[in-house]
Design a binder for this molecule. Structure first.
Ligand code: ADP
Ligand code: MG
Length: 543
């Protein structure tokens, strides 16, 4: 389709003949439809009684999950508006770690409500303005009603951790797992000038199928999924002095294929001896400065292994770069790339380095490190699939605990805050006139999708439940929400179902942003280039 613009100088061809274009209401309608479809996919997984999704990829690999971000990541969405919705789930996952499903459902509902207004000929810019005003007001109210807590209040942190697991496959183990999660985060929390922060890079997560979820444990130190390189080496060293090398303990092979001509046996002998001498020098150096543990990012050849074991040094090779960095931080060692330069100062310290069996593997545990802020969470579970889902759930849980430590404000869950905001906003909208009031009201209605969906997924009657919820809310019982496990409307704070306020803030911000962005589009032009041009697949044909 070519697009021709009439100008005083005659027609101007703006788009190439091949470019496809979808204009105005059609573009808007299709985008809204695609966004709503994405929201519909995850809707049934919201809340503790939400169902799980089984994702099957083209190779037949199966993932079973309840995690909105994971579901959406795996969906191969083609429509540009659908992709925008998936983007918000990624943003929210990175920013706050939880609330992905809610944000997508809320954004989809905002668009559905907007569509009702568009049909009544309310212009999209009026809708966007109304949504934005409502969103700002909602954030304001949220910070007024949130409960201020202390960032080192372990009880609250435990509740926040276990609430985020309520909606997961692992909810039965949430009590023990939330303890591990909170302990992990508390170990890596740093407080400066009364402000606490958590750097998740200080936490290493390892997973190993086998055993049960209950075997998941926090190890105060670093775990390497590697074994001690030589059978003659000690498997346990106390008061370890650790050398971290990112150079190979091997004789360097020349880059170009060099040819060494050897004419008589004595030369051969000399050549080998020279090689041995070089390796021996390396090992002697490490030994001389007092190292009894060598952790190497590269290889350690047979001869080096032999010399190291003769000195009673425990060595591990081919360790990941990210683990080397963690080890440096944990043990206070400096990573050395040149063995000639290494000195005693470069060595790190740990109380205990030992090889332990984890299922059929042998792993090296470095515990009692100089810096106690380095910990490893070792996730266990009956099968790889279970371990993977535990990993995803623990990620959310770690993030929400971090959220509360960094901004110690919480709200109750079960749709309570969304219901409070909806009723506040409905009252507040009265100050506005006509169409703007309509838009603010629609925003309020859209917020109610969260309690509504939690109730629906719990098999409760959606209309009855919402009537009850609104009535209690109007009596000022602001933490009234849906207790999905018991199927009743109740005070969620007293049920210890609590969430970080930042998650709710992020849900509102991201969803409003995405909905506004989609509403602002009145023209979809498929430009050539990239994947060959033409309309992106998945776009409906235009008539
Ligand atoms: P999200 O990806 O948005 O976090 P979830 O499936 O984890 O989606 O569901 C989160 C919602 O479930 C939140 O609104 C939370 O308050 C709510 N929730 C958690 N536990 C309960 C519970 N026991 N009863 C009712 N709602 C709950
Ligand atoms: Mg969640």
């Amino acid at each position: 389709m070519a697009s021709i613009q009439q100008t005083p100088n005659g027609p101007v061809l703006v788009l190439k003949e091949s470019a496809l274009q979808e204009k105005g209401r059609d573009a808007q309608k299709n985008n809204i439809m695609a966004a709503k479809m994405v929201a519909d996919i995850v809707k049934s997984s919201l809340g503790p009684r939400g169902l799980d999704k089984m994702l099957v990829d083209s190779l037949g690999d199966v993932t079973i999950t309840n995690d909105g971000a994971t579901i959406l990541k795996e969906i191969d969405a083609q429509h540009p508006a659908a992709k925008m919705m998936i983007e918000i789930s990624k943003t929210i996952d990175n920013e706050v770690g939880d609330g992905t499903t809610s944000s997508v459902i809320f954004a989809g509902t905002l668009l559905a409500k907007a569509e009702e207004l568009l049909k009544k000929d309310v212009h999209s810019s009026v809708i966007i303005e109304g949504f934005q005003a409502a969103s700002e007001k909602a954030l304001e109210i949220l910070s007024e009603i949130s409960k201020k807590v202390s960032p080192d209040d372990r009880e609250t942190l435990l509740q926040v951790a276990s609430t985020s697991m309520e909606s997961k496959l692992i909810s039965e183990d949430s009590e023990s797992l939330s303890k591990i999660v909170v302990d992990s985060i508390m170990n890596i929390t740093e407080t400066n000038d009364n402000k606490s922060s958590v750097d998740l890079d200080n936490l290493k997560v390892e997973k190993k199928a086998g055993g049960s979820i209950q075997d998941t444990a926090l190890i105060k130190g670093i775990v390497l999924d590697k074994e001690v390189v030589h059978s003659g080496m000690p498997k346990k060293i106390q008061q370890a002095k650790i050398a971290l090398l990112n150079t190979a303990m091997e004789v360097e092979k020349t880059e170009m294929s060099a040819e060494i001509r050897i004419n008589d046996p004595t030369q051969m002998q000399m050549f080998l001896e020279e090689e041995n001498r070089m390796i021996k020098t390396m090992v002697e150096k490490v030994h001389a400065i007092g190292a009894n543990v060598v952790i190497c990012q590269k290889g350690i050849d047979d001869m080096a292994q032999h010399f190291l074991s003769k000195h009673g040094i425990l060595a591990v090779r081919r360790v990941k770069e990210s683990d080397m960095t963690k080890l440096a931080k944990a043990t206070g060692a400096r990573i050395t790339s040149n063995i000639d330069d290494i000195s005693e100062k470069d060595l790190g310290a740990a109380n205990l380095v030992q090889q332990k069996k984890v299922e059929s593997d042998k792993w090296v545990f470095i515990e009692g490190c100089k810096n106690p802020q380095s910990v490893t969470l070792l996730i266990r579970g009956g099968s790889q699939r279970v371990v993977d889902e535990v990993d995803r759930s623990i990620h959310d849980s770690l993030m929400v605990v971090k959220d509360v430590i960094e901004k110690p404000e919480i709200v109750a869950g079960g749709g309570a805050p969304e219901a409070v905001l909806a009723s506040f906003l409905k009252d507040w909208s009265e100050r506005f006139e006509g169409r703007q009031q309509l838009a603010i009201n629609k925003f309020a209605e859209a917020l109610e999708i969260i309690p509504l969906t939690i109730a629906e997924n719990a098999g409760m009657d959606p209309i009855d439940t919402m009537v009850k919820l609104r009535a209690r809310q109007s009596e000022g019982k602001k933490w009234t929400g849906i207790n999905a496990k018991e199927g009743r409307v109740t005070d969620m704070l007293s049920q210890n179902i609590v969430e970080p306020v930042v998650v709710k803030e992020q849900i509102i911000k991201s969803a409003t942003e995405a909905a506004s962005m989609i509403l602002r589009i009145d023209d979809v032009i498929a430009i050539s280039g990239g994947s060959g041009g033409g309309m992106p697949p998945g776009m409906p044909p235009m008539g």
